[in-house]
Design a protein. Sequence first.
Length: 374
Amino acid sequence: MLKTKMLHFIVNIKVISLGIILLTAGLALAGWHQAVNYESSILSIYARQQDAYVQLVLDQINLLENRSDQEIVQNILGSLDTSGRRYWTLTKGKALLFVKDVMETNRYKGLTTETFFTSKSAGKFLKSLEINRVEHATINMGEDRYVASGVIFEYNGSEYKICLLTNDTVILDDNIFLSSKIGLYVFGVIILGMLLLITMIMANLLDMKSKELANQKKHIVNLNRMVEKQAETIREMDCYHTRWSVFHLPVMEQFVQKLEHRGVSPIVFAAVSFESGQHRKLFLERAQILLDEKVLRFDGHSERVKELILVFVQYHATEAQKALREMETEGETFNILVLKEYTDKEKTLMKEYRDFMVTLSERMEEDHGENHIS
């Protein structure tokens, strides 16, 4: 039963530890997902601001009348702020008219729009553009990611596409945003690390506690066994140390059988009666001092007469009578009801014992009849 409980306890610790580890992993994954959504939200907010900027440039172009493509590029797009991480594109039909600056435009001169916007996300973004309605999306260009805002417009009977591309590092590497993001990551890592660490510590403490509990249970079991063994020893000492014990009458026959089996003789059986239980108690107290270990005492008292049956092992009748006389004191009276000696000549010890018990029974009946008549 104890082993089963300990096994369930250990299994519960392992299940709880595994559950906490899985929970930590789940929280870490959820935190990472929220961080990605947070970045996406920041990019979306920036994209809407960028849409307004593209709309402003489109309005400026529409204010110009009958200008050539070269004039639009030089007077409007060429004056806008561009860099390696942020630039404009202008296409007419499928032809590239402007990319970031004049030098970059010359590199792509004669190429189509699809040649520049090669990724699937960029192509999908171009296809989603509508006339006079600015749209935005996050696209990949090579290994870089851009926030793109664009619109289709008609000018002098031709269809143009104008786009503003901003590398996401311009937004996400901003000092304020970057410090906030790092702070959130550090905070999340610390929280999850503390949760995992506390879980491991608690699991270790529970494991140590379970081992300590098992050792205590084992120690208690060993102590109980020792106590039971000592109690059994004490009971055996109380049962068989004749100087300090009075045996019950039903076990007397077993003693006689053992003595007969060992061939012990001579043996004297004596039945002694007392006027009261107090006299019997005083007799036993003196017997502890005056009678040796060869004198066995058996409790044979009835409701009316208080008796003791004494078995004198390796005593003759005269020696037993002498020992009984030495037990007599003033005020402590007792009466010898029956005294029989076994000398291993005519009868067996068991036969002598049974004759003694019959004689004792008859004597007790006589005494009971006399007391009843009187």
